[in-house]
Design a binder for this molecule. Structure first.
Ligand SMILES: Cc1cc2nc3c(=O)[nH]c(=O)nc-3n(C[C@H](O)[C@H](O)[C@H](O)COP(=O)(O)OP(=O)(O)OC[C@H]3O[C@@H](n4cnc5c(N)ncnc54)[C@H](O)[C@@H]3O)c2cc1C
Length: 390
């Protein structure tokens, strides 16, 4: 069996790499300016190049290309650590949900604006008492004529402080089981009653803008036209959204892990000789390489499913689970192999590769939490994949 990608797709990968090289410098440097302005600049450059929304239908600003182009782009952008936060949630996450669940009017209204970096999105799902058990969410949306009145709070919302729009999971009916009565709403973040409060997180200490927030909705009046999907069918619709998110996360993990291994190999000569020559180092490197191939195959399989319109929650969960755990194991293995590389963070005296490894070790902590914790993902695999009882 030949798992190689067709030549035109590998040519596209090379084109993306050259683009990143031109805009960001070498992939193993750490010079990237992570300010919001730099993020905006790079996101606009991607759009100017015609690469945002490549696989969307022409009618909504896309180019009708196979989904693979998006996969290659996301993998390479992760490898190059490209600053693209303004696009991240809208383009890599929400657009998928709008394409599948949205009305034509919603697609026309939101997709071109996401592509052109005119709108920045966040996803408001998690609540203080509804994380893993998302179906217990309580943010209510009560119908009042042609608006829903939304009241409640969300937590750990990435990029809410920059967002112009949110895709929110709300309760439109409190009757019945907790899985019933959930709906998805598109909320304009500038509406009266929306309040965003930033939360500190560990990665902000290494030069990234903090991205976590609490979001409070206080009787926010959201037009009924902003319902995405079907009222009270939000739990099922959320599975589509979460499967797409997990598939996207897996591809990003592939890029991040490729980069970590390349970074290690790139500074091979700096590793003390006794460590380099140790049998355990050889074992560890072989292990990393093997696992990298596994995540590549898992992520590509999910992309193939997406391209063929049959995204499956079990396959995307497998890929997300393996990618997240591999990323963490990778940095722990690098720590065990070369502890000095993890000692000093960016900007500190004697920082190796300007703190690349400790920076990414910290970043990897969330890899088994965001998008669903590993425990919950295993439950999805056990129930839906193996048919085990709930
Ligand atoms: C980097 C990052 C970005 C995020 N961005 C967003 C975002 O943009 N929007 C958003 O809505 N949310 C976001 N989240 C929130 C994320 O989805 C939740 O943190 C996650 O779903 C877990 O929920 P929780 O934090 O409430 O933990 P809890 O649900 O309280 O879980 C705590 C621990 O208990 C375990 N546990 C809970 N229930 C079970 C069970 N039934 N079986 C076995 N173990 C269980 C969990 O696995 C976990 O280890 C983000 C989180 C992170 C880390």
């Amino acid at each position: 069996m030949d798992f190689a990608l067709p030549k035109e797709r590998e040519d596209f990968r090379a084109e993306v790499a050259q683009f990143c090289m031109d805009h960001l410098g070498g992939p193993l440097d750490r010079p990237h300016d992570w300010s919001w302005e730099k993020n905006l600049e790079f996101s606009h450059a991607l759009n100017d190049r015609g690469w945002t929304g490549m696989w969307w239908p022409n009618e909504f600003g896309g180019q009708d290309l196979p989904y693979w182009y998006q996969l290659i782009l996301v993998e390479e952008l992760a490898f190059w650590q490209a600053p693209r936060d303004p696009l991240y949630i809208g383009w890599e996450r929400v657009a998928w949900s709008i394409l599948i669940l949205g009305t034509r009017e919603q697609k026309l209204r939101y997709l071109p604006a996401i592509k052109n970096v005119e709108q920045v999105w966040c996803q408001c799902f998690t609540e203080p008492d509804a994380g893993s058990d998302l179906a217990s969410l309580r943010t209510s949306a009560k119908r009042d004529g042609d608006v829903y009145v939304v009241t409640g709070s969300k937590i750990y919302i990435s990029w809410a402080h920059r967002a112009t729009h949110a895709l929110a999971a709300v309760r439109t009916n409190a009757e019945g089981s907790k899985h019933e009565g959930i709906s998805l709403l598109i909320i304009d973040m500038n509406l009266p009653g929306v309040n965003v409060v930033p939360l500190p997180d560990i990665t902000a200490t290494v030069g990234h803008e903090p991205h976590f927030n609490e979001v409070f909705f206080d009787e926010v009046r959201v037009p009924v036209a902003n319902l995405l999907g079907t009222e009270n069918n939000g739990w099922k619709d959320l599975q589509t959204t979460l499967s797409a998110e997990r598939a996207g996360v897996a591809v990003s993990r592939l890029g991040y892990c490729r980069r970590a291994i390349a970074a290690l190999e790139g500074c091979w000569e700096s590793i003390p000789e006794n460590l380099r020559n140790s049998p355990s180092t050889v074992q560890s490197l072989a292990n990393m390489r093997t696992q990298l191939e596994i995540i590549r195959l898992l992520a590509y399989r999910v992309a193939w499913e997406q391209e063929n319109g049959m995204l499956d929650s079990v396959q995307s969960s497998l890929a997300k689970l393996f990618g997240g755990e591999f990323q963490q194991n990778l940095y722990e293995a690098i720590y065990a192999l070369w502890p000095e590389a993890m000692q000093v963070i960016a900007g500190g005296d004697g920082a190796i590769l300007d703190g690349f490894f400790p920076d990414h070790l910290m970043e990897s902590i969330h890899a088994t939490i965001g998008g669903g914790t590993s425990e919950i993902i295993r439950t999805v695999i056990a129930r839906r994949g193996l048919g085990l009882p709930a």
